[in-house]
Design a protein around this ligand. Structure first.
Ligand SMILES: [Zn+2]
Length: 68
């Protein structure tokens, strides 16, 4: 499910919207003020997934020599 993060250009309200197709993105409007002027951000799901796997602090922390 493509969950996109948007930010309203009018009131600055951030919100998330499930978008089935790229065409539907242009039909997204702000739930706060109803303005169609919204900016799409990178999907939180995708960014969390890739970022969590590649740049997770888990392995780095366990491999750290330790300050104490
Ligand atoms: Zn708005």
């Amino acid at each position: 499910m493509p969950l996109f993060e948007f930010v309203c250009s009018e009131c600055g309200q951030p919100f998330e919207e499930l978008v089935r197709s790229s065409n539907a993105i242009s039909e997204v409007s702000c739930p706060e003020c109803g303005s169609p002027k919204v900016s799409k951000k990178i999907s939180t799901f995708a960014s969390r997934l890739s970022g969590g796997v590649s740049s997770s602090g888990f392995s780095a922390a366990s491999c750290a020599p330790g300050g104490a």
